[in-house]
Design a protein around this ligand. Structure first.
Ligand code: HEM
Length: 327
């Protein structure tokens, strides 16, 4: 029979193995090396918000599009270099759409001035997301930190892993489950569409001849439909933008969910959460609409879940000095 000490050694070995195979992020990761990182990030975002009310929304979207491709490793921030880096910025979901890279650069500069070579670009996106939400009157939370930056990008992965607004609920659910996120995470995180903008090309398929019916999407409230038809006329510019949340466009609140109940979701993928008959998402939409505190609690937990997708930790990856290129 194994002795007590050999059992103990075995248990220790297993726990070391587990801690390495599932490296943990921590809210105190920079508490000695860059104690003010969170307020530095927030200050730069507050400045940027003065001239651009949607910048917070744009930054949280960058974190989402980062995490869904090779994990939260800052890969979305890398520029094309003509050889080794084929940028995710040029992938279909990001091209002429993802924005805020100049503000990420400004945050990185401010953080490097205070704590050179310490804070990763991947963590900057996670911190910026929290600041963006809390500055828009949403919840605050302790961001888990300690991610490191990739040396590569994955443009093909960005094309396949990031959901499109024209996809079915079941496809989108699969894309979330591929990165370990469940239906509750899907509904809670979709609540980020409570702020920010979308271009006509992302929803104009709903306005005139939806799915070749010859009619607009029947799950689009008439007065919103008329407004959107004027904003995005047939043959007009696909890049005109309008508010994702027509009710409270720049505030982080639960009105996204009451909009869905009233057929006022902007993207097809938004409205599907409530209008797909028999879907498990309907009850979750109803509960978040009825109880903003429940939405905020779930949103925070789901942001933590999303932020935990395959981070590089320990000695993997690097701390990029410039978020746009590997060191
Ligand atoms: C569930 C699947 C999702 C789909 C299909 C989707 C799709 C889109 C689309 C098409 C846009 C407009 C882009 C443009 O017009 O340039 C957009 C904007 C946005 N998305 Fe999502 N999204 C999803 C989930 C998420 C998640 C999980 C988050 C964050 C947690 C998020 C945050 C945002 C924000 C804040 C904006 C506005 C960005 C801005 O104003 O610059 N989205 N999304």
């Amino acid at each position: 029979m194994a002795s007590f000490s050999s059992l103990l050694a075995m248990a220790l070995a297993i726990s070391i193995f587990l801690s390495h195979s599932n490296a943990q992020l921590s809210s105190t990761f920079y508490s000695t090396t860059c104690p003010n990182v969170s307020s530095i990030v927030s200050t730069v975002i507050q400045q940027a918000l003065q001239n651009d009310a949607r910048i917070g929304a744009s930054l949280i979207r960058l974190h989402f599009h980062d995490c869904f491709v090779n994990g939260c490793d800052g890969s979305i921030l890398l520029d094309n270099n003509g050889t080794t880096i084929v940028s995710e910025k040029d992938a279909a979901p990001n091209n002429n759409s993802a924005r805020g890279f100049d503000v990420v650069d400004n945050i990185k500069t401010a953080v490097e001035n205070a704590c050179p070579g310490v804070v990763s670009c991947a963590d900057i996106l996670a911190l910026a997301s929290e600041s963006a939400v809390s500055l828009a009157s949403g919840p605050s939370w302790n961001v888990l930190l300690g991610r490191r930056d990739s040396r590569t990008a994955n443009q093909a992965g960005a094309n396949t892993s990031i959901p499109a607004p024209f996809e079915s609920l079941s496809n989108i659910t699969t894309k979330f489950s591929n990165v370990g996120l469940n239906v509750n995470d899907l509904v809670a995180l979709s609540g980020a569409h409570t702020f920010g903008r979308a271009q006509c090309r992302t929803f104009s398929n709903r306005l005139f001849n939806f799915s070749n019916t010859g009619n607009p999407d029947s799950h689009l409230k008439h007065n919103l439909l008329s407004t959107l038809q004027q904003v995005c006329p047939q043959g007009g510019s696909g890049s005109t933008v309008t508010n994702l949340d027509p009710t409270t466009p720049d505030t982080f609140d639960s009105s996204y969910f009451s909009n869905l109940q009233n057929n006022r979701g902007l993207l097809q993928s938004d409205q599907e959460l409530f209008s797909t008959s028999g879907a498990a998402t309907i009850a979750i939409v109803n509960s978040f609409s009825a109880n903003q505190t429940a939405f905020f609690q779930s949103f925070v937990q789901s942001m933590i879940n999303m932020g935990n997708i395959s981070p590089l930790t320990g000695t993997s990856g690097e701390i990029r000095l410039n978020c746009r290129r590997p060191n």
